[in-house]
Design a protein around this ligand. Structure first.
Ligand SMILES: C[S@@+](CC[C@H](N)C(=O)[O-])C[C@H]1O[C@@H](n2cnc3c(N)ncnc32)[C@H](O)[C@@H]1O
Ligand code: SF4
Length: 337
């Protein structure tokens, strides 16, 4: 094990993992209030000056791509579609050499309107979050009656060619866990790849309970009644989702079992929050402040050095099952999921 971070090259950590996938949160705000994510009243949002400006974001992504070997950039939030400068940011990142792959994780509201401009700017594909197909349930779960907007957003993304489209679903016991087969039927019919995400202890209200969360095993059991699932022969690599062929394929379904089947050993992700903090992990309790350095006049070499140092300290695993586990102070919506 080496004692110090490398002084040039990629984002490696002391366990030999290399981070090539950058998740950038563009805002901590959102137009939904999913119960597993944030409280009804919202959260104390970041103040304007705390947020990175569009040019600051592009500068940091450029450092990541050109100096640190990042090949994949995913914009997220909060809800990234509500960031006014989104299309321009995507265009600037798409102009970088070497050009990274660019994707977006969104709740889909407004995507029907924005998809063509995002596609023209260089966005490659989207992940859209959808936890239920029932309008009333959707309104209870997200505290907003916006299911039609999400479905329109999905259709708009398809029409604009932002494919392959992945649909992210979090199942909650007694809320929507009976809907797994219906959601898969919907995804198969529309040509979306569905991925179930185990609920994680990242909600602002600290309401997560290991004893009641819906596990990967349960999700698969829900699906097995209706679908024949066989392990996907394609290598998983650093992908968080374990995938299965549905009824012999080629359609697939995935499960991101962060809690019951952690994949930390293969993690290739690094994260930048909307206020310019590098996080080595969703569950990190430490952050490294690039915004302060950038605004104090640091050059790209210095920013890259700080980023490498931050990733060098990445822990081996998230430790959710460790009795000493502490939920990070930042909720998911402020980290960027
Ligand atoms: C935080 S959201 C941000 C992007 C966008 N607002 C959206 O909902 O897709 C990213 C993803 O994290 C998921 N998520 C939020 N809180 C979660 C939690 N406590 N456990 C697991 N997934 C969660 C959401 O369902 C969504 O798929
Ligand atoms: S999961 Fe996404 S859409 Fe739902 S409240 Fe959190 S940030 Fe908003």
């Amino acid at each position: 094990m080496n004692a110090a971070p490398p002084t040039d090259g990629a984002l490696v950590d002391r366990y030999g993992r290399v981070a090539r996938d950058l998740r950038v949160s563009l805002t901590d705000k959102c137009n939904l209030r999913c119960t597993y994510c944030m409280p009804a009243e919202g959260l104390p949002w970041l103040a304007g000056p705390e947020l990175l400006g569009d040019e600051e974001i592009v500068r940091l992504v450029r450092v990541a791509v050109r100096r640190l070997g990042v090949t994949e950039v995913r914009f997220t939030g909060g809800e990234p579609l509500i960031r006014p400068g989104l299309v321009g940011i995507v265009a600037a990142v798409a102009a970088l050499e070497p050009r990274p792959r660019i994707s977006l994780t969104t709740n889909g509201i407004g995507l029907d309107r924005l998809a063509p401009a995002l596609r023209a700017a260089g966005l490659d594909r989207v992940n859209v979050s959808l936890d239920t197909l029932d309008p009333e349930r959707f309104a209870r779960l997200t505290r907003r009656p916006r299911l039609p907007d999400v479905l329109a957003g999905l259709a708009g993304a398809t029409a604009a060619g932002l494919t392959p489209i992945k649909v992210n679903t979090v199942l909650m016991r007694g809320v929507n866990d009976d809907e797994a087969p219906a959601l898969l039927r919907f995804a198969l019919a529309q040509g979306y790849e569905l991925r179930f995400i185990e609920q994680m202890p990242l909600d602002a209200q600290h309401g997560w309970d290991r004893a009641t969360m819906v596990t990967a095993d349960e999700i698969l059991a829900h699906l097995h009644g209706e679908f024949a699932l066989t392990p996907d022969p394609v290598e998983r690599g650093a992908a968080p989702a374990e995938t299965w062929l549905v009824d012999g394929g080629p359609a697939r379904v995935g499960v991101i079992a962060s809690v019951t089947r952690p994949f930390c050993g293969d993690c290739d992700r690094t994260r930048l929050t909307a206020d310019g903090q590098v996080r080595a992990c969703l569950f990190a309790t430490e952050e490294s402040d690039l915004r302060g350095a950038l605004r104090a006049g640091a050059d790209d070499d210095e920013l890259a050095r700080r980023w490498r140092a931050a990733m060098w300290g990445k822990r081996a695993g998230h430790g959710i099952d460790d009795p000493a586990f502490l939920q990070p102070a930042r909720p998911m919506s402020a980290i960027g999921g």
